[in-house]
Design a protein around this ligand. Structure first.
Ligand code: UT7
Length: 332
């Protein structure tokens, strides 16, 4: 059983942040950022909350699929930057859409989130009580970035992507993994408030990762880079084997946009030219789980993928999580 991608949508906030904007307060340069990451611009949502980005992208996906929010049976939202600890971001998007017949839940797997969510949707779609799923990835990384760390803040961006998914036929293969051994290389820790009976600043002795004093994300770029260059091709290869497609026969790869050099290294190992790797990194930077869904929407709308194409969605990030889904693209 595979999945039909009945409609896609994306939303990028209007506020453009250029490399020159970082030069104004950090010891960095456009030349360094472009050379080391491929990024020129990213988008910040400013006052718009994460769920609102998700709502915008979802409305476009529903319109493209030609369905009413009331037709949705399930909403899966992927985010690491939910505005609320609860309710879930999926419930917030559901409320905004008025999708009253759906049940809604979040899938938290960092930058691999939308790939995990895609495979979850397929599993729910195997049973007849779920016929139509909205998968929406929305992120506001600007809200957790450390603006005193030139190594990381220049990477992150805000945005959302969505797709309406239904049960379909055609080949399908997934490779979904998590490896906690490298989790210390990328994390964001919520502050503890303490209680009237215990201080907030007390540290649990077994706590593996220490919160950043600024309340921002913590990243060891070199280690994440090493992990990503191995994990991305490994996941693509495994998903391709399970789908029965040779990696070098893929028509388009829709990858998480972490660093252009990671994508170039992976493309080489997979025997794919860069034309087959969707790139939004120059314009949007790293949108965490939304990157893959934004790529999907752009490729569908620009006709870069068409019915019958072999496509591969692939993500990797905090956890450490990584995964890929290879399938025959069909929209009906
Ligand atoms: O979604 C997953 C999230 N994270 C990632 O995917 C991150 C993966 N890692 C990366 O993309 C890269 O490791 C970075 C882009 C973060 C860093 O690139 P790098 O080529 O690994 O640089 P580096 O850490 O080896 O640093 C080289 C130099 C250092 O200076 P020294 O020690 O050689 O004097 C850094 O301090 O570059 C310096 N540097 C910068 N210089 C100018 C680090 N960040 C900057 C900067 N501007 N923004």
């Amino acid at each position: 059983m595979s999945v039909i991608i009945a409609g896609t949508g994306s939303y990028l906030p209007e506020h453009v942040i250029t490399n020159a904007d970082f030069e104004s307060f950090l010891d960095t340069s456009d030349e360094w950022i472009v050379g080391r990451t491929g990024m020129k611009e990213r988008r910040y949502s400013d006052v718009e909350p994460t769920w609102k980005l998700g709502e915008h992208a979802s409305r476009k996906a529903l319109e493209a699929a030609g369905i009413d929010p009331m037709d949705l049976d399930m909403i899966i939202c992927t985010t690491v930057t939910n505005d609320y600890a609860f309710p879930s971001c999926a419930c917030m998007v559901q409320g905004a859409l008025g999708a009253k017949n759906a049940f809604a839940l979040d899938c938290v797997a960092a930058c691999a989130g939308s790939v995990y969510g895609f495979d979850m949707a397929r599993r729910y779609l195997q049973f007849d009580d779920v016929k139509t799923v909205l998968l929406v990835a929305c992120e506001s990384l600007s809200q957790v970035a450390n603006f005193e760390d030139r190594n990381s803040c220049i990477l992150f961006s805000d945005g959302a992507g969505a797709a309406v998914l239904r049960k379909g036929d055609g080949y399908y293969g997934a490779s979904i993994h998590s490896d906690p051994d490298g989790a210390q290389h990328l994390y964001y820790k919520h502050p503890r408030r303490g209680t009237p009976f215990y201080p907030a600043d007390a540290v649990f002795e077994g706590e593996p990762f220490i919160a950043d004093p600024l309340g921002a994300l913590v990243m060891n770029g070199k280690e994440v880079y090493k992990f990503a260059t191995a994990a991305m091709p490994e996941a693509v290869e495994e998903a391709c084997v399970r789908a029965g497609v040779a990696p070098d026969k893929l028509d388009m790869v829709l990858p998480h946009q972490a660093n252009q050099r990671i994508l170039e290294t992976a493309a080489k190992r997979l025997g794919l030219p860069m034309e087959k790797i969707c790139l939004t990194i120059e314009r949007y930077g790293n949108n965490s789980s939304a990157s893959v869904m934004i790529c999907l929407d752009e490729c569908v709308r620009e006709g870069k993928i068409k019915t019958g194409d072999a496509i591969c969605l692939v993500g990797f990030g905090a956890g450490l999580t990584y995964g890929a889904v290879t399938l025959e693209y069909k929209d009906s």
